[in-house]
Design a protein around this ligand. Sequence first.
Ligand code: ADP
Ligand code: MG
Length: 256
Amino acid sequence: MPLLDVKKMTHYFGGLRAVHDYHLSIEPGQIRGLIGPNGAGKTTIFNLLTGIHKPTEGEILLDGNSLVGLFPHQIAALGLGRTFQNLCLWRHMTVLEHVMLARYARLDYGLVGAFFGTAKRQRQEAESEIVARKLLRMLGIEDLAEQNVLNLSYGNQRRVEMARALATEPKILFLDEPTAGMTPEELIQMMAIIRQVHAELGLAIFLIEHRLKMVMELCEQIQTLVFGEVIAEGTPEEIQNNPQVIEAYLGKETLH
Ligand SMILES: Nc1ncnc2c1ncn2[C@@H]1O[C@H](COP(=O)(O)OP(=O)(O)O)[C@@H](O)[C@H]1O
Ligand SMILES: [Mg+2]
């Protein structure tokens, strides 16, 4: 059984058909990519799979559980973590607080424990902090743990967002243009981080990217979306040499 199985998913925004008859099947531990010109419907697919929008039609199964109609926090609890195309951080909090707060979804000491500060709560919080710091170390921002996110570079803010998504211990991680706005140096670092996270945590990754080089180097299988439809699917090599893909990107950007 695939980890994530999407069948015949279609979505309309009013009269606009943003996604049409979308299929996806991801096995545990796979890295998959989704590319396509601006406005193709990539973020909409993430939003449909993570419960932000409800598909007009279609089936979404994670580990055999249907996700259609569930709230985003329920989907996160079932093992789907994500980052956003536009950074989505809480500006008044430190790096460590961001990651620890995300872990609260997993804690179970309840409201009474939270209020009275029981031993269980203290133990769980201490464990949470250890896990959070481990993630920050993995992402190379451990020394920024006590900093307010406002003081961080854009590239480091993106790392915080990824650490936060990982804090819920997802089985699959969705990354929406994780290198958007980054400098070339930050981009290279981010690629190395994604590789390391994948190697160390062994989770599946589904990556949306506008910059093709990144998807080509990281992903085993890539889908190309144009006007809400998958026009090509295959290995990086197959995608790179596909005339329809070249046509879709022609004049907009290069494939390399
Ligand atoms: N919440 C929304 N309401 C109405 N239309 C939307 C909404 N979100 C996206 N769209 C439209 O759906 C299409 C796909 O957008 P999007 O998924 O953001 O594309 P991509 O991420 O590939 O650039 C676009 O035409 C966009 O304007
Ligand atoms: Mg997008």
